[in-house]
Design a protein around this ligand. Sequence first.
Ligand SMILES: [Zn+2]
Length: 448
Amino acid sequence: MVSEIGRFLGRKWKCERCGQEHFVPTKWTNISRNSLSSLPNLVNQDKGGQFAVVVSDEVTWKVAGEKVANSLKGAGWQVNEILLPLPLHATDEAAKKLLNLYPSNVSLAFAVGSGTINDLVKWVATQLKVPYIAIPTAASMNGYTSPISALLIQGFKRTQPCQPPEGVLTEPEIVASAPQEMTAAGYADLMSKTVADVDWQISNLLWGEHYCPLPRKLVAEADDWLQNRLTDLSRNEPEAVSGLLEALLLSGIGMTIAGSSTPSSGAEHLISHWLEMKAISEGKEPALHGLQVGIGTLVALTVYEMLLETEPSDWRPTENELLNPDERKTEFESRYGAIAERVLSEFSAKWLSRERANEARQRLKENWERIREIVTSTWVTPEVHRQRLTTIKAATHPKEIGASVDELYEAILHAREIRRRWTVLDTAYLVGLLPDQVDQILKRCGWA
Ligand SMILES: [Zn+2]
């Protein structure tokens, strides 16, 4: 155990720093040997042995789904097994299909799998108000305990508020039997906070967005523990992988506390979502989410590094930035096709007129010392990040996630358009670092 996760669960508590009250609906987690056989005892307390649905895919059924179903049946539960075919994507279509597969009298669902299955079951659970238990089969992402589901809605990636699981249960041997690249992806997803938390703090300074330091504090202890076990993670050793899973669960709880994905999702996630949308629109299989995030984090940290080298007196945006989004309709249509209108609506929400951009630069200037301090005390340097990715065998070059350098070029320029959240990519445009320096960013990342 890397920390006492239990103290955060199933209760309301108040942040001393930001003063807000937070509630974490997930009541328990259990990552221990042979825990699947004690599953009925854990869920029986308030459910009384009723009708369960076990959702898995062809792979996760063999890894844990069958065991979950048998364990419940042995305790007198009625069990309906839903086996989803592969390849499986978290799309609105797949989510609606799953919803229609649920029997009408189901009282509890089990999501046996990793990212995609959890996003789908979490969404259905919220629509039907049927609680669910997450059974992670890999330490591959931090969404198990988060309050959102990330779905591609007709080709456009959206995160929607959803109910987190009632409980999380798995065994160290199960998560350590996942392919090592899933462990690498999980670690890279966890590391997104080195960017996301800075993005969030800067948005707080610039726009007064509510900021809470707790999500970061929550993961800090687990993070220290993991730093000494990167080689173990590269070998998928059960103790290290379950420690990583615990850190990922804490990261998800951090999002629940914040009420959104903000603590763990900044510029690096926009780059990941952008690449994923592009891959799926071209009929390609996207790389693992966390591996994309690892690449996105390298970009974002590099942009921060370059931002710190700028002088406020040199800041000015390019004229194109000042064009009203309405005047850029054709540009967005040619870039995004069918989803252009939805992207433009997100982008318009954070677009700044000449006057507001000047005010924002002024605020940035006034807070410049503070911002330097925030960046350097929160992030890691791009070099350290790259080193960590290498050690755990995660991707460090776009080609390892099936993307070309040209696609990264496009993602750096445009990923910020798909979501209204303020990130370092917007700050870079605000001061004129982008679009001019995109080649330099790629060069520093070692890709051009
Ligand atoms: Zn993520």
